[in-house]
Design a protein around this ligand. Structure first.
Ligand SMILES: N[C@@H](CCC(=O)N[C@@H](CS)C(=O)NCC(=O)O)C(=O)O
Length: 216
């Protein structure tokens, strides 16, 4: 298996799942955004986004679909939830919630606060609030659960956990409520999380040097 990844981008979900599962993978670390700093990457993934993932003939570019694929193929009773399990629908819902509902608003905060400040501060502000209001759902569910679904750590926790990682990076963690903050403590104490963090550790200048600046 091969994974194209930029530190702490959504491809972190896949790296984290790989480490939880102990699966070997060839890791291609990219500077962010790859379309500017690693133009050759467009030959691998014409979208220019990370993750990109290859497993034999299978090529995928959606982080949550990839962790669902890995869970179903390699750990259906661990990271995965089987189709005939009563928790299956709820598991799918959390998987998608992590990306579609939680990560999407954060990308607007990231863009208009970090990458293009001064262009649309109101959008960043609105979507930071949007994100906080969407956190109400996991906050409520986590009142009496350690993990989101199926009474165990699953790929759904990786999906939602990544959104928490990004919101922490964006300075929103002081606004999390108690259950969410405790859940985050459990998530980043995991061996798989720490191993993924260690594996992506790279000197940014080294990465940029390797790929070279680009006009594209
Ligand atoms: N829905 C996709 C989104 C992929 C995506 O947009 N990744 C961002 C990084 S978090 C990216 O590569 N952006 C670079 C760009 O847009 O050029 C997923 O979950 O994998």
């Amino acid at each position: 298996m091969e994974l194209w990844h930029a530190p702490d981008a959504r491809s972190f979900r896949v790296l984290w799942a790989m480490e939880e599962l102990g699966l070997p993978c060839e890791l291609h670390l990219l500077p962010f955004p790859p379309r500017a700093h690693a133009p050759d990457y467009l030959d691998v993934n014409p979208l220019g986004t990370v993750p990109a993932f290859r497993d034999g003939e299978t090529f995928m570019t959606e982080s949550v679909a990839i962790i669902q694929y890995l869970a179903a193929r390699h750990d259906p009773d661990g990271l995965g939830v089987r189709i005939d399990d009563a928790a299956y629908g709820e598991w799918l819902n959390w998987l998608h919630f992590g990306e579609a509902t939680l990560t999407f608003p954060l990308t607007l905060v990231l863009r208009y606060r970090q990458f293009e400040p001064g262009r649309a501060e109101i959008v960043a502000e609105d979507y930071a609030r949007w994100f906080m209001s969407r956190l109400r759902y996991p906050e409520a569910v986590l009142a009496d659960r350690e993990w989101l679904v199926a009474d165990r750590f699953t790929a759904a926790d990786i999906s939602v956990g990544y959104a928490l990682l990004l919101s922490d990076y964006l300075g929103l963690s002081p606004y999390w409520k108690e259950n969410t903050a405790r859940y985050w403590d459990r998530l980043h104490a995991r061996k798989g999380f720490k191993a993924a963090k260690a594996r992506q550790k790279v000197n940014l200048n080294q990465l940029l040097g390797e790929f070279g600046p680009s006009e594209k």
